[in-house]
Design a protein around this ligand. Structure first.
Ligand code: IPE
Ligand code: IPE
Ligand code: MG
Length: 247
């Protein structure tokens, strides 16, 4: 008699499918430069890859996809490059407003919105509203995001709660910090993928990645495919996750 799927997984000692995958969308500039194109052409192509990968994640039944789109450090780039990235994000948010309910995909922006244009902030409010109706994949776009800024912000929120007498310093727990991050309420990513050949976190999800499996690949983000994502998931499922214990 064939074993049930769960029993098969246990027999092969595979991890279950991840619920949450995070990705650093890196390598757009090098992709363009190697073709003699301006860096902005790489960002345009990278935005297409993002659409493809998000659709694939929705099809495979993933619950959360978090992507690093623009860091708190990326403002140091030329004004023209920053503007081009912001325009691509604006177009994506606009398009999402039309499609997300139909495709049952929710959208959350993670990061400091205060430095974004009023147009972008209005679109973020709209996608937040529409996301209340969706139950499928939730895409989190990290925009003007930095993990140190996120953790500092959580510390400030906790300090305010202490100052107002809502909590005592001695009662502060790890869960209370987690809840005050932009990712509050979302499970930590089991798998973090970084295309673009660099092996570093670049200020991405430093708190949430405590026990994430890290998958680095030389593929530049615009060349990243659905098949490589499937391969990364297969790799993840075969990892021995010990969480500090013995297995
Ligand atoms: C990632 O690609 C996109 C952003 C950081 C906004 P890069 O622009 O960093 O591309 P490379 O790393 O220079 O190739
Ligand atoms: C990380 O890539 C940020 C995003 C992909 C948005 P960077 O290109 O900014 O990272 P570094 O500079 O190589 O560390
Ligand atoms: Mg880069």
């Amino acid at each position: 008699m064939p074993l049930f799927k769960k029993e098969q997984e246990a027999a092969a000692a595979l991890n279950p499918m991840p619920r949450h995958i995070a990705m650093v969308m890196d390598g757009n500039g090098r992709w363009a430069t190697s073709r003699g194109l301006p860096r902005t052409a790489g960002h345009k192509e990278g935005a297409e890859t993002f659409r493809r990968i998000a659709t694939h994640c929705s099809h495979i039944g993933l619950e959360y996809l978090t992507v690093y789109a623009f860091s708190t450090e990326n403002w140091t780039r030329s004004e023209a490059e920053v503007n081009a990235i912001m325009e691509l994000l604006r177009v994506y948010l606009l398009e999402s407003c039309e499609k997300m309910v139909k495709e049952n995909i929710g959208l959350r922006i993670m990061g400091d919105e205060s430095r974004l244009s009023e147009g972008l902030r209005a679109l973020i409010r709209e996608t937040d509203e529409l996301s209340k109706q969706t139950t499928g994949l939730q895409v989190n776009v990290c925009l003007n995001y930095g993990a140190r800024m996120e953790i500092t912000r959580a510390a400030r929120l906790l300090a305010e709660d202490v100052k107002a007498g809502r909590i005592a310093v001695s009662d502060i727990t790890e869960e209370m910090v987690s809840e005050r991050l932009y990712s509050g309420g979302i499970p930590d990513p089991e798998l973090i993928i970084r295309p673009g050949a660099e092996k570093r976190m670049s200020n991405f999800l430093l708190w949430q990645s405590a026990y994430s499996e890290l998958y680095f690949t030389d593929t530049l983000w615009p060349d990243f495919t659905e098949a490589e994502l499937d391969g990364a998931i297969t790799w993840y499922r075969s990892r021995k996750r010990r969480f500090g214990g013995v297995k």
